[in-house]
Ligand binder design. Sequence first.
Ligand code: MSP
Length: 639
Amino acid sequence: MTKAFYVTTPIYYPTGDPHVGHAYTTVVADFLARFHRLQGYKTYSLTGTDEHGEKVFEAARDAGVDTQAYVDNLSARFQDAWRVLNVENDDFIRTTQERHKAVVVDILQRVYDSGDIYFGDYGGLYCVDCERYLTEKELVDGKCPDHHTVPEERKEGNYFFRMDKHRDWLREYVKSHDDFIRPVGYRNELLSLLNEPLGDLSISRPRTRVPWGIGLPWDDDHVTYVWFDALLNYVSALDYPEGERYQTFWPVAQHLIGKDILKAHALFWPTMLKAAGIPLYQHLNVGGFLMGSDGRKMSKSLGNVVDPFELSDRYGADAVRYYLLKEIPYGQDSSVSEAALVERYNADLANDLGNLLSRVRALLTRHLDGVVAEPVRESPDDVVIDAGRELTQKTIDLVADLKFHQALEEIMQFVRLLNRYFSEEEPWVLARDGRQERLGTVLYNVVEGLRIVSILLEPAMPLKGQEIRASLGLSGGALTAGSWGETAAGTVVPAEAAILFPKVEDGAPATGRAQRGAPKQVQSESESESTSEITIEEFAKVDLRVAEVIAAEPVAKTDKLLKLTLRVGADERTVVSGIAGSYEPSDLVGRKVVLVANLKPAKLRGVESQGMILAVDDGAGHLALVEPHEDLPSGSKVS
Ligand code: MSP
């Protein structure tokens, strides 16, 4: 039987544009859905907008817009936002949709008929931002601890749901199900809430005060309390009660929420489900809060707001997703910033991963015509092969335990191991020494390692994961724990591929999205090859010629430059070269050098230089001229 996986995000209040708090939870949900799909699960991921309630009604009124038009507009902005972040949700529910309203009415009626709803007067302290009554105990200095506002004192006739009577069984349930609420700190928080009476839950508002909501089926003068309405989205989206999706996915439901809405999901929701005769969800996964780089709550006035959509535009959605998943230990509060994103991107993606990919591609293309060879295993390969075989299961276990940041770190540790293997085996030396079989084996192992890495990274970086494989000539992306050697010998690596993770310099997005602009070279070792790739067509644009030095003299007022007169076929040219520290003018006359003949002329110290000659810097300040190995006529083309 196919395994199923159902993940939900909170449905967001459409009272403003989506922000990084919303984005984080939604990216985690998408990551989990993709990761499970990769393992062969049938998955369903749900997000949406929570469109009723006082908060939304007041926001529309303040904006002077019709409420429905207001939520239509903002809900569409949420839907667009998820596309920007490569989120592939299966469904997007809006609580103003008929499919949802019908389920709310049906369940309310059922709970009412069972006698669990009664009418009464209620007085209490209401926080509109939380959309719930707060207890005296929750207040800090008389204010809501989350919104820092003084709650409104209210007294009105409401319908009540008998929540209090559920306390004992719920406490027993939580105690006997360790993983019902995760991470464990939030489970403990709930258990302490369950030590006190819960009280009953007011589930209606008089229509005279809040006209925006779902009318109670037995009393249309009252609308449904927004949380009672909103929580039901998790089953209405599955076509509860008859839908096939409900049958398949509800038994495996996992909710993702932020810690501020724990009470609604851990107290209201299970008791509502029980009263409606619906089995409980499987897991409630609680995330921490994202703070600005200064560790304070993000706010425009503090200038510490991180906008994930702007960052996606600059660095690509995959980089933002990777950063959020790798940097934040799930469940904990974390600081986020653009600088930290750039640092993480450069270290992990540009240096460790991107550089290795470029290097292995360059050697394959240069020395093996781009063809991946049949490997012949030797003992230095064992460490890499064993680690590669274990990596998938380790990653699966960490993700199942909600340790996404550790799962990604495990993958990057493997990438670092591949880098060490590559450096130690020195495939460029193997190529120089003509040890083709060993060269082929080392490159094979790196390609195979990167194939596994690309698949495991794909849930975090859906585009880049695929692009890594494409740049190695690989297709397919099935995850098989324990396997090694699925890359077929004979695979042809395409000669051209974009730099997938161009380094970002000085915290500034110099190269923008991966494909845009000139990539920065990311080579870190002194191996004799360039890892910054250009195409053959790009190289062909450079016109290199053999040139003979016919005169040389110092340039006035500098001890660095020499003015050279060169013969290039029938032409003569003047070139200013910075080789005065390494050559006497008299040493140069009669030498054949290599000239970049189509370089745009430039004036140096008042002398127009019509090209550039090639020299090698020995790293200690000496320049050695590049000269043709044989005596060739000046003007000969170098290719
Ligand atoms: N509409 C309710 C949820 C109903 S679910 C049946 C709601 N909406 S919300 O738009 O205000 O917030 C949605 C989620 O965003 C909450 O889980 C909240 O924790 C999360 N976040 C809001 N700001 C956040 C951060 N700065 N960091 C992380 N998550 C935060 O509540």
